[in-house]
Design a protein around this ligand. Sequence first.
Ligand code: AMP
Length: 418
Amino acid sequence: MKVLVIGTGAREHALCRSLSQDPAVSELHCAPGNAGIARVAALHPVDQLDGAAVTALARELGADLVVVGPEAPLVAGVAEPLRAAGIPVFGPGKEAAQLEGSKAFAKDVMAAAGVPTARSYVCTTPEEAAAALDAFGAPYVVKDDGLAAGKGVVVTEDRVAALEHAAACERVVIEEYLDGPEVSLFAITDGTTVLPLVPAQDFKRALDGDRGPNTGGMGAYSPLPWAPEGLVAEVLESVLQPTVDELRHRGTPFSGLLYAGLALTSRGTRVIEFNARFGDPETQVVLARLRTPLAGVLLAAADGTLGELEPLRWSEEAAVTVVMASEGYPASPRTGDPIEGLDAAEADGASVLHAGTRSGPAGEVLTAGGRVLSVTAVGADLAEARAKAYAGVAEISFKGAQHRTDIAAAAAAGQQLP
Ligand code: AMP
């Protein structure tokens, strides 16, 4: 099987690494990719948002499967011309990708499908926003309706800051605050059959102790020893299957990866958000535990035969990933600095997945984005995986590098609901 992966981040590096280990994959390509992905896949320059260009590349390569990693190309409708050309594609079409592309659309689908989520108002004027904030009270949750790379959400006690964020966005969803720990649960679907993966937890805030601004994600781990038994089955029944069924009934079936961001509140499990693609950085830990070769699973989702697949096999091991970010991330990341110690980190047993990197003129690896690396390790338990991931982080240096020091700490220490 010849596979083409679209994207540039650590999620795509994780996907490419798993695909490169699948004996069914004879050729692996990535566009545009990054310096780390170049070690396992042939890179091709492409405008990810240009469906015609992506389709032309897939044709030229004779790709048997195209895997679209990030949300922006999916929401831009890159899957459509690929499907029209008869090329199997892992990822939803434009309409179904609105589940991530518009928070208001996601709320509408959830209401129609009876999926539990926070009560909310869609607001377009300062007056509406103010009324919605006062209806729910503090803490205030204000979400940009459109895509914002994980940075469109403000959760604050400060009413003025909440109003300012609302004013800065064209259309916002203001919703009730959900307490309780968060879980990310991914499911692979062909539009009918839904196959949940193992749950993970990510760390959205920039700083230790969940302080600082929201980011794309600073680390993740799996499994969740504290999660209630039966959680996956419950979410499949109350969230994932009804959502997939609702989109199919609307005539816009969702195939690809459905990501449910969940809050386990005192009043039950609630959806915080949906994403229409593998989450980053959770993918790095979820795929580290997947034993079933990946390509066949993604192809079955693309061609509608997921129901015929054997159950997925998982490692009992734990996985932890720690994101190393640039100075200034998330507001204004600095880029262009050389990265040292990548080989030493891998020699220590960590797997270094590249996010924002590029190759320099002399073959050196340079920082090229906010999130730079995702240092991942597996171990017999979370404590061991965590120790190995942080040992890898300690080997790596670049100017102004920052990372959280508390990824998976509470869970590894056996605390109940971190
Ligand atoms: P989202 O982009 O919707 O996942 O939001 C980013 C982060 O903001 C989530 O991971 C939560 O930590 C937080 N958040 C979003 N919605 C809520 C809510 N209704 N109540 C509490 N926290 C929330």
